[in-house]
Design a binder for this molecule. Structure first.
Ligand SMILES: Cc1ncc(COP(=O)(O)O)c(C=O)c1O
Length: 509
């Protein structure tokens, strides 16, 4: 490596008209020269006065650069004797040359190199990532109408609470979350969801993903088996698989997940954990029957299985009152109930909760603090006031009426276009419905074409563990679509579907 005369070298590289300040330029260039060996270890740097004169820049600028280089270990300064480049070359005894085990590894193209950098579970996670690139617009499933969020009420409560902010509310928050919020939530869940709990059993998290992650990390080991519903929410699958669990998908029927099927197939190998959506199966929408609930709870009691009950949107049921939780029937402390404010208020709020069985409360509180360092108490305090002031229940009531109206408009649009040729499923509750497509249809292709046409839907096949068992259909969220957009957006989607189905029919003929 050729060594350089620093002032000459810098002189040809400094840009006097550049937006980057002179200090930053000199610092960056000298660091580069040291890292590339152009300024070798032991080289004496010119005095600050000489370098400043040679470059015609302020001496203070050079002094600042030398100070920063010293602080970051690039140079060593000794009073009276000058500034020398430090020897920071990697220790060759510690760093042995890499041996390529596979011939293809050395010159692999960029994309596959990125893929290969991942761990096995990282590859599984990224390879089957379910998250949609766009989260707002007709017919994005699972998203409430965030424009209806009572932001003025929220900001009034927030402004008042910030005046009372104190260190306890602004530091880390070990202990499971803001106590008044836990009290408010336990009252709410007892009444609205028939959950049996005390405020102590509530642990505030950033949402269902985090609650599940915590439960899985504390209650299972890598390689343990977990039952998930077939089909199921992609997020549950991602959380479980990246914690190293082996998933066993159990088909759902009109009564939800059937524990008997797998228990009979493998009587000696119960899973460690099961994730279920009993009040509103995701994504198909059925309700788990009471008989199945009791069977699952009894099975869990006998075989020490943990049940994670994901109760993500049960507030929105249109024909009847919300279905009571599974947790409320559990006398053996096997259910971990997880819920979220994301579907009721707005997804970006990132506040959720878990209801832990009594004997696990302390463990879970410690776990949440150790793994995620919880905080956000100011937000939690605002939410507590929001619930205690009755704003949550009135917002839910108002949204239920609004979403019910939108749901009906969407169903009307579907039936007036397709009659009963395409079935509508799971429309009794929640924020979305499923529009069934023929088995021969490629719902992923329809989704991509709809996206091109400006409409967001999700393919039902993506929620199954494999293409072979997948049913075809589209998830259509109606909650976030303004009434006057439902008709036109569905018209666009219907044209895409028709084109696809007629192309498929011609292909088959
Ligand atoms: C079934 C189900 N569970 C959980 C979630 C996510 O919950 P959170 O935003 O609280 O992590 C969703 C979001 O779409 C969902 O559909």
């Amino acid at each position: 490596m050729d060594t350089i005369i620093l002032s000459d070298w810098l002189g040809t590289r400094l840009e006097r008209d550049a937006a980057e300040p002179m200090y930053r330029q000199v610092l960056r260039l000298v660091q580069h020269a040291i890292l590339t060996g152009q300024l070798a270890p032991g080289t004496k740097l010119p005095s600050s006065r000489t370098l400043a004169d040679d470059l015609d820049i302020a001496r203070n600028t050079v002094l600042r650069v030398y100070d920063q280089l010293t602080a970051e270990g690039y140079v060593l300064s000794t009073t009276g004797s000058g500034t020398y480049v430090a020897d920071t070359r990697p220790d060759t005894a510690a760093v042995r040359p890499r041996v390529f085990t596979r011939a293809s590894e050395a010159g692999a193209p960029e994309e596959s190199r990125a893929h290969r950098s991942l761990s096995t579970r990282g590859r599984r996670l990224i390879g089957r990532a379910g998250v949609a690139p766009k989260q707002w617009g007709a017919f994005m499933p699972g998203v409430p109408d965030v424009t209806e969020f009572p932001s003025r009420t929220w900001s009034r409560l927030q402004a008042r609470l910030w005046k009372e902010a104190n260190p306890d509310l602004l530091t880390y928050a070990p202990g499971g979350g803001y106590r008044p919020l836990r009290r408010a939530l336990s009252d709410y869940l007892r009444v609205a969801r028939s959950v049996k709990c005390s405020p102590d059993q509530i642990i505030i998290t950033t949402g269902i993903h985090q609650s599940m992650d915590l439960a899985v990390r504390l209650l299972t080991d890598v390689g343990d088996r977990a039952w998930v519903e077939e089909p199921c929410y992609w997020g549950a699958r991602s959380v479980l698989q990246s914690a190293g669990l082996e998933l066993e998908p159990i088909p759902v029927d009109s009564e939800g997940l059937n524990p008997r099927e797998l228990a009979q197939a493998a009587p000696h190998a119960p899973p460690r954990l099961a994730v279920v959506t009993p009040s509103h199966q995701y994504p198909l929408g059925m309700v788990m029957s009471l008989a199945r609930r009791r069977t699952l709870l009894e099975y869990a009691r006998q075989h020490d299985v943990w049940i994670v009950e994901d109760d993500y949107d049960s507030e929105f049921r249109y024909g009847s009152r919300p279905i009571a939780s599974l947790q409320g029937l559990d006398d053996a402390g096997r259910v971990i109930y997880v819920g979220s404010l994301g579907k009721i208020l707005y997804p970006g709020l990132r506040i959720g909760y878990m209801v832990a069985p009594e004997h696990l409360v302390d463990t879970f509180r410690t776990g949440v603090a150790e793994l995620y360092r919880e905080g956000q108490l100011m937000h939690q305090a605002v939410l507590a006031e929001f619930i205690l002031g009755g704003y949550l229940t009135s917002h839910v009531r108002r949204m239920r009426a609004l979403y019910g109206e939108r749901r009906q408009m969407l169903i009307d649009a579907i039936t007036s276009r397709f009659g009963d040729a395409l079935p509508v499923m799971g429309d009794e509750a929640g924020l979305h419905l499923v529009l069934g497509l023929p088995d021969s249809a490629d719902d992923r292709a329809v989704t991509a074409a709809a996206f091109e046409a400006g409409v967001i839907v999700r393919p039902l096949a993506a929620y199954y563990s494999s293409e072979e068992v997948a049913r075809r259909g589209l998830l259509l969220g109606y909650a976030c679509v303004p009434n006057d957009r439902i008709g036109p957006a569905f018209e666009t989607l219907a044209r895409v579907i028709e084109q696809h189905l007629s192309a498929g029919a011609m292909h088959a003929a």
